[in-house]
Design a protein around this ligand. Structure first.
Ligand code: URA
Length: 234
C-alpha cells in the first residue's frame, strides 16, 4: 500500500505537490471512486485514474543507458554533471540511481533503477555478477597477461582481485576483460600492474544484460520485459 499522492508522483508525470492539487480538485479516482485525500492508502494493483485515464501500476523502473565519457555515475554531484542529467525531468522525479558505478571516463552499459533490493542483489560482492568490458591499452596484450588475470591478481597496492578473464584480439592492444567484482578503478589498476595502462574502457555486459549497441552515446531506453525477466533470474 502507498499514499495516493506518492502513487501519482511515482509515475514521473506529476510532482508530489501537483498530485495533491489534482487529488483535492476531485480529478482522481481510485477503483472508480473519487478520492480527495492525498494520504489515502492505495494497493499497488488498484487502478488509479486521473481525468479518466489510467496512470499505470506505479511499479519500479529499469533503464539501460549507454554512458558517455565525461559524466559521473551518481544521482547528484556538487561540481560535475551526472548521468541523471541525460534523462527527461519526468524520469528524474522517480528516485532512479545507477546500479553500480563506471568511472567518469568509462563508457557503456549502466543500469538505472529505483529498485533498491534488485540493485543490492546485483552489486553484493558475494553474488559475483560478471561484468564484461571492451578495453584498449597501451601495449600489446599477450598470453602471459591472460594467465595472470586468470589466476587472480594481487596488486602492488595490496588489492586482491578474484580470477578474471582477459580475451585479447590476437596480437592487438585491445580485447575484452571479464571481472566479477567492482572495486575502485579495478581494471585500470589491474592493467597498470601489468604495465599496460588502459586508454579506453567501455562496459558491454552487466550480468545477463548486454549493451544495446543501437543506443547512441548518452542514449537510454527502458528495459524490455525479457531483459527484466532475465535480470530477476540471476
Ligand atoms: N574498472 C575501472 O577501472 N573503471 C571502471 O569504470 C570500471 C571498471
Amino acid at each position: 500500500m502507498e499514499r495516493l499522492d506518492k502513487r501519482l508522483s511515482s509515475t514521473g508525470r506529476w510532482s508530489r505537490k501537483e498530485a495533491r492539487e489534482l487529488i483535492r480538485a476531485g480529478r482522481v479516482r481510485v477503483d472508480g471512486q473519487v478520492v480527495r485525500a492525498p494520504e489515502e492508502k492505495v494497493g499497488r494493483q488498484v487502478p488509479v485514474m486521473v481525468d479518466g485515464e489510467d496512470v499505470g501500476g506505479g511499479g519500479p523502473v529499469y533503464l539501460m543507458m549507454n554512458k558517455p565519457a565525461g559524466l559521473v555515475s551518481a544521482t547528484e554531484d556538487p561540481r560535475q554533471e551526472t548521468v541523471l542529467s541525460l534523462l527527461p525531468e519526468r524520469y528524474r522525479r522517480l528516485g532512479l540511481f545507477p546500479a553500480g558505478r563506471l568511472d567518469k571516463d568509462t563508457e557503456g552499459l549502466l543500469l538505472l533503477t529505483n529498485d533498491g533490493p534488485l540493485a543490492h542483489r546485483l552489486l553484493a560482492p558475494k553474488n559475483h555478477v560478471d561484468k564484461v568490458y571492451y578495453l584498449e591499452v597501451d601495449g600489446a596484450l599477450d598470453e602471459a597477461d591472460c594467465r595472470v588475470v586468470a589466476e587472480g591478481m594481487t596488486l602492488p597496492d595490496g588489492l586482491t582481485c578474484l580470477p578474471g578473464k582477459l580475451e585479447p584480439f590476437p596480437g592487438e592492444n585491445r580485447g575484452y576483460i571479464t571481472i566479477r567484482e567492482g572495486k575502485y578503478h579495478q581494471i585500470k589498476r589491474m592493467m597498470e600492474a601489468l604495465g599496460k595502462p588502459v586508454t579506453y574502457l567501455k562496459r558491454v555486459r552487466f550480468g545477463p544484460l548486454t549493451l544495446d549497441e543501437t543506443l547512441e552515446k548518452g542514449g537510454w531506453r527502458a528495459l524490455t520485459e525479457e531483459e527484466i525477466r532475465v535480470l530477476f533470474g540471476q
